[in-house]
Write a protein that binds this ligand. Sequence first.
Ligand code: KG4
Length: 339
Amino acid sequence: MLIMAVESSCDETAVAIVEDGRKVLVDKIASQADMHALYGGVVPEIASRKHVEVISQLAEEALREANVKRADLDAVAVTYAPGLIGAVLVGVNFAKSVAYALGIPLIPVHHVRGHIASNYIAFPELKPPFLALAISGGNTLIVDVRDYTDMKIIGATRDDAAGECFDKAARVLGLPYPGGAPMDALAKDGVAGTYDLPRAHVSGSEFDMSFSGLKTAVVNMAHNAQQVGKELDKASLALDFTNAVSDMLVPRTIAAAEKCGRTVIVAAGGVAANSIIRAHLQEACEKKRVTLYIPPLCLCGDNGAMIGCQGYYEYLAGKRAGTDLNACATLEIAEEYQV
Ligand code: KG4
């Protein structure tokens, strides 16, 4: 079964052609990050306009490179939630047009389900059930993946997402947007324990997380240093910051897997590219004899292939949308699209 998959929830326009869920024929990504870097973060209106500019051409290129004709497509899968509403709408409307014009099914896909599915592409042997840690620019979730389309949230951030926190901390350290990768590189020269940063606990909710206090602590440190004319040891601050994020993510994920009786953990999303978090997850999983899957860096960030993969399993589960499909800025991963 050949699926064209469309992703436009933030600042990457992506179109992939995926066969039977796990075979990626082509995965085209047009990133707008350089444009948003001029403003220090994503400007939603610019994101929507850039998606409109490139999406049709990207789809044409995807078909050409995959050597697939329009008539060969069996379905179109699209991210319809969550994300920047104007940005998501561009992909949704494009996918609707393709489905309508070709008379093929339209499959709505939750963006974070897609991130988790990138592991199915990287690891052909992987099957649910497992415990997933989904960490990206807009979402931070611990999810019990009971089946391909049956998920339960075990823990979530109460405020900022982990990626958002990386981006804000990077900005005050003078690093370019998106800040996660530059922070990762900078942290390599740091000395751990130079700065004392908070680790938040959500009272009465052992698996929930909070990153806003950590973000504020870094922002305050940078501003205070500036006011008194003191030089910050940026590399050590980046390292201590990353260790603090990791301390909030890794033990909760391991404990959640134990609670849910899962012996397999998968990580997903842009922040799963972080070398320190990857190493800490690996170490913790080895200690507990839990199998860990983390996608290669090219599948951690937003891409179309993951939407085509999850779209296939949503299709098998009978999920279809009509031309009245709307985009949603927020939607829980466990919630089903209502026709
Ligand atoms: O998954 P993604 O591409 O987009 C969303 O769905 O949000 O994630 C983007 C986020 C950004 O916040 C970016 O700074 C972060 O992932 N990121 C990283 C790294 N690479 C990307 N964060 C920490 N370390 C990295 N190496």
